[in-house]
Design a protein around this ligand. Sequence first.
Ligand SMILES: C[S@@+](CC[C@H](N)C(=O)[O-])C[C@H]1O[C@@H](n2cnc3c(N)ncnc32)[C@H](O)[C@@H]1O
Length: 300
Amino acid sequence: MLSAPIPQQMREKIDDFAADFSSGALAEAAERLSLAYRSGTPPRIDTPLARAAYLATRMPATYGALWAAARELPFEPTTWLDLGAGPGTAAWVAPCPATLVETNPTWIDLTPATRIHADLTRLPPLDPHDVVSISYALNELGPKERDRAVLDAWSLARRALLLVEPGTVEGFAHIRAARTQLLALGAHIQAPCPHPGICPMAGGDWCHFAVRVERSKLHRRLKGGDLSYEDEKFSYLLALKEETTPPWARILRHPNTRSGLIELRICTPEGARPDKVRKNDPRWKAARKANWGSPWEPAQ
Ligand SMILES: C[S@@+](CC[C@H](N)C(=O)[O-])C[C@H]1O[C@@H](n2cnc3c(N)ncnc32)[C@H](O)[C@@H]1O
């Protein structure tokens, strides 16, 4: 599985911020956040304690998801605008200066960035940026606001719009709706879809991926459990203004490896289907290296 390299400096800043609170208070605040997310009501992150709990338990995971999705960018951006920025997660992913739009004025910046205090559904005039991202924020908007946000974000994107949502049925539904909306606006989908046709994900199936994130000592203290990592599930969409040649297919699940056989589930222009790779297949080596979410190639 793809592993996200969490910047050491980000970890240190999170630890510093959390140091003002006892583990017990942080664990309770983290539990309140989890309960709110699980119930589908975005939590109010408006106290220093709630912010510290978000930073400690969620920021590394949302960083991992945005980092994994941003790997699909086919160019190096020089400007980046993030809408619904929270603590500024996108500023750690962007390889260039980032501008962060956030409605909650109390969020602290953990990294240098330009901050704009604004509602992303009623944006002030902004310059276009090479990349516009919305990460784990569409799910905090109502349906009409979401459509509006996607439309505005697309018009502010000079080259690419990157959307990331939780890898849940609901998160994927937002990504799928945005895909339909963006295709109608003439967008070229770079990832994860290998085609602009009808999305084959239906009947309880949803398109999502996973990234592995190493758990800090603080995370383990607050969330319990023995594992040294967590797997963050996410859905995403990378839409480009310029024409693109997407890969032939995309791997939709963990490859299932048995002796002499690797079984894949892939999305292709003809729909989602299994693909079997045996040892004598020229794609065997590539299949052994392939991950859930990797692009995939056709049999010769
Ligand atoms: C779950 S946090 C995600 C933060 C960050 N994007 C990340 O990936 O870590 C969602 C953020 O969206 C912000 N948000 C929600 N509705 C918003 C709106 N209408 N305008 C601007 N920001 C909004 C919330 O205040 C919160 O900081």
